[in-house]
Design a protein around this ligand. Structure first.
Ligand code: ZN
Length: 608
């Protein structure tokens, strides 16, 4: 186990595989190949049953058993393949140059593609099968865990294509849609940015936007945008390619009724279009709160207005340069979690003790932070690069919030524990809130308080202004792409408009290269990747705001746990109706959450 002056740790995943040459990994891959072969043969006949069903021919009695048996086999195989993929990905995260890992990752991706195609006849059959068949099918305990997922999929059956078309669409994705995403990552990974004569990668240069020296931040920002300008034609081609393919698919699916691109996203997010509209409209109406956060941050920095390179900066305070060792951060987080429940506090300690966190800065390390889990053993893992800043502590709390969400669901069947991104970001931001509140209570000096309130302001500015900016840009890009591909110049104009709409005059300039430098727009597997963060932020504050309505913390904790456990089997609207009796399609729910943010910003302003 390696460590450094901040007592950083590397994770221990030996319970899954000893290393990339583990014979178990090789045999899992071999077994997967043969199971995929079996599934391919056994699921193929469902293709004919889809046609016969449409001709009105009665389904034979033994079809139910065959559907159940094959679905179970598919669910088990998925668990194995997913765990293997998580393992390989964890190796690549700590060393992006690991050639063996890249090779195994390639094999696993190909297997996943084959697997998807093999079971597609069964999956399409299940979305089109008569209600009575599905009722009986879901009664079988071997597949009953898929009840929400299947019913949710059946809601959009009218947009499904024929099996042959669905197969063609899936098989073209890896060399079309996802190839664009890979190209973006390849450009990112090989990009060289020169700063003060030093040549560095994109991840390292982006990291400089989060450090305290303003001159360095400005230089990093300008160098990043300059580097992206040299790649702007490729970056524009990527966004045109990704959005073009998605729009073509939606057009093809719109035979019975028009399929709107935001409906696709809402279905994935398990929220209604009404909820999304209310969320965005209410946030726009209250954008003043985000503006006040940006102005207060500028004031503490002694600036008239912030520049785009200041929005991720640490608080301009002397104390913020004192690095917090990892074990100390764990204690801070654990103490904060314990105030809600001792189990949650112990959980944070356990994650550290079990070496389930990888935080040690290593060469060729992947950027960002994430939480993942091994589906086979139902254990969470957290990845981040920890350098001891207050921002890092909050990020660690965020990822541990995700991990805790997985942990409380670990006894549920895997499908029932699979939630949408909107609800995932609820658990993580809830954890952040607990930690910030607890740290604030502990603060003795004005400076310490300012350091925490700065984090609140930065979150408010990021989530209430920057995230909606990304949403508005993407919306206008997709609309424009309907007409024709957009040039890099047009993308800059669309991005400028989006910044103007949300930031107004609260920044000194607009980041017109943001469409290229922000990876989120080029993620091929999911469109409109950003608003779930805003949703999670306000949704979790809405839940947190209920705290005082309960007689005891235990009761509130019970409510929180029950909400988490239902996240894999409910629409967000139903979840909140059931547990809080509130309606998230109505403005009031979001206004209540926004007023909590407003209180935080007022506290920051008062202290200035
Ligand atoms: Zn998250």
């Amino acid at each position: 186990m390696k460590s450094d002056h901040l007592n950083n740790t590397t994770w221990d995943n030996s319970k899954i595989y000893s290393d990339l040459k583990d014979p178990k990994l090789l045999s899992d891959i071999e077994n997967a190949k043969s199971t995929i072969g079996t599934l391919k043969t056994q699921c193929a006949p469902f293709a004919q049953w889809i046609e016969k069903m449409e001709e009105g021919i009665t389904l034979p009695l033994d079809l139910l058993g065959k559907a159940t048996e094959n679905k179970r086999m598919a669910l088990d195989l998925f668990t194995t393949l997913w765990s293997a993929k998580t393992y390989v990905y964890s190796e690549l995260s700590t060393n992006a140059l690991n050639e063996t890992a890249k090779e195994v990752e390639g094999k696993l991706s190909a297997l996943f593609d084959e697997f998807t195609l093999a079971v597609q006849p069964l999956n399409v059959f299940l979305t089109k099968a008569p209600e009575s068949f599905v009722d009986d099918y879901l009664k079988d305990p071997r597949v009953s865990e898929t009840h929400f997922q299947l019913r949710h999929q059946r809601k959009v059956e009218e947009f499904s294509l024929s099996l042959a078309e669905e197969k063609l669409a899936s098989s073209l994705e890896s060399s079309g849609l996802h190839a664009w995403g890979k190209l973006y990552n390849a450009i990112c990974g090989s990009m060289k940015i020169t700063l003060d004569g030093e040549e560095m990668g994109f991840a390292k240069a982006s990291g400089l936007l989060r450090q305290g020296d303003r001159t360095k931040r400005e230089a990093a920002y300008k160098a990043i945008n300059k580097a992206w300008t040299t790649h702007q034609e490729s970056a524009a081609a990527i966004l045109n390619g990704i959005n073009g393919q998605r729009l073509e698919m939606n057009k093809a699916r719109s035979q019975k009724k028009e399929l709107h691109y935001l409906d696709v996203s809402c279905h994935e997010s398990r929220i209604t279009r009404n909820t999304l509209n209310t969320l965005m409209e209410t946030t726009y109406k209250k954008r003043e709160i985000g503006h006040r956060a940006l102005k207060a941050m500028a004031k503490l920095m002694d600036l008239k207005t912030l520049a785009p390179w200041d929005t991720l900066a640490p608080a301009p305070l002397k104390s913020s340069s004192n690095a917090i060792p990892l074990d100390e951060a764990i204690t801070l987080i654990s103490d904060a979690f314990s105030k809600l429940s001792p189990e949650m506090g112990e959980f944070a300690q356990m994650m550290h003790k079990n070496n389930w966190i990888d935080s040690l800065p290593t060469e060729a390390r992947g950027p960002g932070a994430y939480c993942t889990k091994f589906a086979s053993v139902r254990e969470p893992r957290v990845f981040m690069t920890y350098t001891g800043t207050m921002g890092n502590v909050i990020t660690l709390a965020h990822e541990l919030g995700h991990a805790y969400h997985n942990w409380v669901m670990k006894d549920l069947p895997l499908t029932e524990a699979s939630y949408s991104m909107t609800l995932a970001e609820t658990a993580s931001i809830f954890a952040e809130t607990l930690v910030k509140k607890s740290l604030l209570e502990k603060c003795e000096s004005r400076e310490e308080k300012l350091n925490i309130l700065w984090q609140d302001a930065e979150s408010a500015a990021a989530l209430l202004i920057n995230i909606p900016t990304r949403f508005s840009f993407e919306e206008s890009l997709v609309e424009a792409r309907k007409e024709r591909p957009q040039s890099s110049t047009e993308m800059k104009a669309l991005m400028t408009q989006a910044w103007k709409k949300w930031y107004g005059d609260t920044v000194s300039e607009y980041d017109d290269m943001f469409w290229a430098s922000k990876m989120h727009f080029s993620i091929s597997s999911i469109g409109f990747y950003n608003y779930p963060y805003l949703f999670g932020y306000l949704f979790s504050l809405g839940i947190y705001g209920q705290k005082d309505k309960f007689d005891s913390t235990e009761e509130f904790n019970k409510l929180y746990l029950n909400i988490l456990k239902d996240t894999g089997t409910m629409m967000a609207e139903d979840l909140i109706k059931k547990h809080l009796g509130q309606d998230i399609e109505q403005e009031q729910f979001w206004l209540d959450s926004l007023s909590i943010v407003e209180e935080q910003i007022s506290a920051f302003e008062e202290l200035l």
